[in-house]
Design a protein around this ligand. Structure first.
Ligand SMILES: Cc1cc2nc3c(=O)[nH]c(=O)nc-3n(C[C@H](O)[C@H](O)[C@H](O)COP(=O)(O)OP(=O)(O)OC[C@H]3O[C@@H](n4cnc5c(N)ncnc54)[C@H](O)[C@@H]3O)c2cc1C
Length: 417
């Protein structure tokens, strides 16, 4: 039986192990952290394309049930102008809708699902190097131990060590000019019903909120900041100081931001936002990349996890249907990189709108409603949210992305250099 070494026990690692098991490949996960409970508690959305990918593995119900449904997106300008509702796709045949979930819960549910299906997960195993040995591949860990398998899957996230092995000249994660944080409060009376994410492109910053079924308000913000702050820069400012800055950023906007921020304990976790187009090659020899190790679409896309799920499922199909790993990896990259590039390009547009200041912001407020009227048609996002992978269908090279999408990818790569 083929044995795969999966480096990274995050979101992509667990789902890839499940997907490989489905096609008869035995996988072991090696995670750098010494304990399972290392994920930070930001909230994230899982869209229908991602849930559909999990459904092909019978793994979507656990994720759906650990979050709550948010099937509508409503967009506003800070001056109170309604921009429109965002299409979130066709519900799955069993009625599943897009969900919002804590990142830590998503991580825990997927990990549990992998363990339940018999996937071994070893902690405290930080990959330090990769060696090809004849027809096999070895993972060398920083504790001096090693593991040998037939394939090695880099699911080691944005700072991937495996990516450096696959392509030392791969693009690096690029700061997108925004920092983010969020919170949850049950101290205010919600002014909207559960099920809608309200997104406000404000005068100085971006704010989003939604009401959970128990009446709590989940919110997050993106603040423009020209230069990437270090972790120390962010923690040098105390929680109450950040709270004052946030209140100043949202004063004057017509949104629930000020009320939410006042009502939430100011113990923020800040994260600078990044993106990264996929490298020109996602694979080398018996080694291949999935999830954030292969591409970072930035949190504004709401697609990082969903792209990881799609990667896992497509990689498994390709390995099932191609005799040699190199052929399987080529088919997998062909199926994936145009789509990922398109998601990344869309998120860059959103990021530009979020970080507009001065004249740029005025222009945005004039052109955004026109843009929305012209392009936000009910099916505008069908290519994204209604994307369904037919797991049982043999992989067909002709099914890879079209020339238009490939052009978008080339453009995204060019603009990252
Ligand atoms: C604040 C925030 C909000 C987001 N919001 C959304 C959203 O709404 N919707 C969405 O779909 N996505 C969102 N994303 C993106 C999403 O979280 C990522 O795309 C997703 O976590 C990628 O999963 P991954 O498994 O590839 O990487 P990770 O989840 O980062 O997992 C990588 C794992 O590899 C391990 N590792 C790293 N290096 C090594 C090594 N050398 N050896 C062994 N193990 C290693 C790490 O410890 C980690 O466990 C958001 C991201 C952030 C930061």
């Amino acid at each position: 039986m083929t044995h795969a070494l999966i480096i990274g026990g995050g979101i992509a690692g667990s789902v890839t192990a499940i997907a490989l098991q489905r096609v008869g490949i035995d996988a072991t996960v090696y995670e750098a952290h010494t304990t399972p409970a290392h994920e930070v508690g930001a909230s994230m959305g899982i869209s229908l394309n991602g849930l559909a990918a999990l459904r092909t593995l019978d793994a979507h119900a656990a994720v759906r049930d650990a979050g709550f449904p948010v099937p509508r997106g409503d967009m506003w300008l800070g001056n109170g102008r309604h921009l429109g509702a965002q299409d979130t796709g066709t519900p799955l045949p069993d009625g599943t809708l897009p969900v919002v979930i804590r990142r830590s819960d998503l991580y825990a549910v997927l990990r549990q699902e992998a363990i339940r299906r018999g996937v071994p997960i070893h902690h405290g195993k930080r990959l330090a190097g990769v060696e090809h040995r004849g027809g096999r591949v070895a993972a060398l860990f920083d504790d001096g131990t090693e593991a040998v398998g037939d394939l090695l899957i880099g699911a080691d996230g944005i700072g991937s060590t495996v990516r450096s092995h696959v392509d030392p000249r791969a693009p690096r994660p690029r700061y997108v000019g925004l920092i983010g944080t969020g919170g949850i409060t049950s101290e205010i009376t919600p002014t909207s019903e559960p099920g809608t994410m309200h997104m406000v492109f404000g005068r100085r910053a971006f704010f989003a909120s939604m009401v959970s079924p128990d009446g709590g308000v989940w919110w997050f913000v993106n603040l423009p900041r020209a230069h990437e702050p270090s972790g120390t820069d962010l923690t040098a400012i105390t929680g109450p100081e950040w709270q004052q800055r946030l209140l100043r950023a949202f004063t004057g906007d017509r949104s629930p931001a000020v009320e939410c921020i006042r009502a939430t304990t100011p113990d923020y976790t800040w994260f600078p936002m990044h993106d990264m187009p996929p490298p020109r090659r996602w694979h080398r020899g018996r080694v291949v990349l999935v999830g954030d190790a292969a591409h970072v679409t930035s949190p504004s896309s709401g697609q990082g996890a969903s792209m990881a799920f799609e990667d896992a499922v497509q990689l498994a199909r390709c390995l099932r249907d191609r005799r040699y790993p190199g052929d399987a990896f080529r088919a997998y990259q062909q199926l994936r990189d145009g789509r990922v590039g398109k998601v990344l390009a869309g998120a860059r547009q959103v990021n530009r709108s979020k970080s507009a200041t001065g004249v740029g912001r005025v222009l945005r407020d004039v052109t955004f409603p026109l843009f929305m009227r012209r392009f936000n048609t009910p099916r505008a996002f069908a290519w994204l949210y209604d994307y369904r992978i037919d797991f049982d269908r043999p992989v067909d090279d002709a099914a890879s992305v079209g020339r238009g999408t490939r052009r978008v990818l080339a453009d995204v790569r060019r603009r990252t250099r």
